[in-house]
Design a protein around this ligand. Structure first.
Ligand code: NDP
Length: 249
């Protein structure tokens, strides 16, 4: 199936509660707005409060369901921070129907022999540890959903290690494994776990990774939303432990 050609119903995510990490910018921002426009109550996570407030206002002005904001710095989040996050979601909503683990950082574009171990730790914390811990912590809320979808952000360099992508490539290969393990070990048939590779998309991260590339040659985050909607909505109920591409080759 070409996920880029998926045509969602306008009420695909009606009454769903969906957490989007890294919702303040790039693909996460587009997903938050798109999910909200398809009926979801979105929980906007990020590390920069004012960016989240801008998206919040934008969603409200579009007449979509009122979102919520949950700031958390993922590179240094403690057990207590995660507990507070879960507690806040529990008290406000009592369940969770989906998570888009979208937040990510690039790290260094250099050979492993020169790679800074501190940058390595940071990339692993945000791209790999945080989605694992968040999923684990949020399981009790996901279990209360009729059909919950957990979606992890992968990459082309998450399918096969690519030179000079260092920790980023390792973290994305790792997240594919995390998604598969959650899927294979799944004790709750109402929860599914999948990965999505957005493909080259016009965002700040892509510009940092390819500084000489003309961003105007790349699709905007808004244009890759069909695949993001597909994985979050009930049309993908049969998918578990899979990894899909948002763009066609
Ligand atoms: P951006 O850099 O544009 O956005 C990343 C988001 O993650 C930002 O909102 C950022 O917050 C948030 N974030 C980063 N670090 C942290 C942290 N420590 N704690 C909390 N939030 C954090 O990236 P993209 O939109 O391009 O990428 C989204 C996802 O897609 C990533 O996982 C990326 O790896 C993946 N991807 C992107 C591709 C592309 O071409 N763009 C290609 C392949 C994969 P803030 O705005 O405050 O910095």
């Amino acid at each position: 199936m070409k996920y880029s050609e998926y045509q969602p119903r306008s009420d695909l995510l009606k009454d769903r509660i969906i957490l989007i990490t890294g919702a303040g910018d790039g693909i996460g921002r587009a997903a938050a707005i798109s999910y909200a426009l398809h009926g979801a109550t979105v929980v906007l996570h990020g590390r920069t409060l004012n960016k989240l407030e801008v998206i919040y206002d934008e969603i409200e002005s579009l007449g979509a369901p009122q979102p919520a904001i949950l700031p958390l710095q993922l590179s240094s989040a403690s057990e207590r921070d995660y507990e507070l996050l879960v507690d806040t979601l529990d008290r406000q909503f009592g369940r969770l129907d989906g998570i888009l683990h979208n937040a990510g950082i690039l790290g260094e574009r250099t050979e492993l022999i020169n790679y800074s171990p501190d940058v390595w730790d940071d990339v692993m914390a945000v791209n790999l540890r945080a989605p694992f811990v968040l999923t684990q912590e949020l399981l009790p809320l996901l279990q209360k959903s009729q059909h919950a979808s957990v979606v992890f952000a992968s990459s082309g360099v998450g399918r096969e290690a690519r030179e000079r992508w260092g920790a980023y490539s390792v973290s994305k290969i790792g997240i594919e494994a995390v998604s598969q393990l959650f899927a294979k070990e799944n004790m709750h048939p109402n929860i599914r776990y999948n990965c999505i590779n957005p493909g080259a998309t016009r965002t700040a991260m892509r510009a940092k990774a390819y500084p000489t590339e003309d961003p105007l040659t790349l699709p905007l985050p808004e244009s890759i939303m069909p695949a993001y909607l597909y994985l979050m909505g009930d049309d993908s109920l049969h998918l578990n432990g899979q990894s899909i591409d948002a763009q066609d080759d």
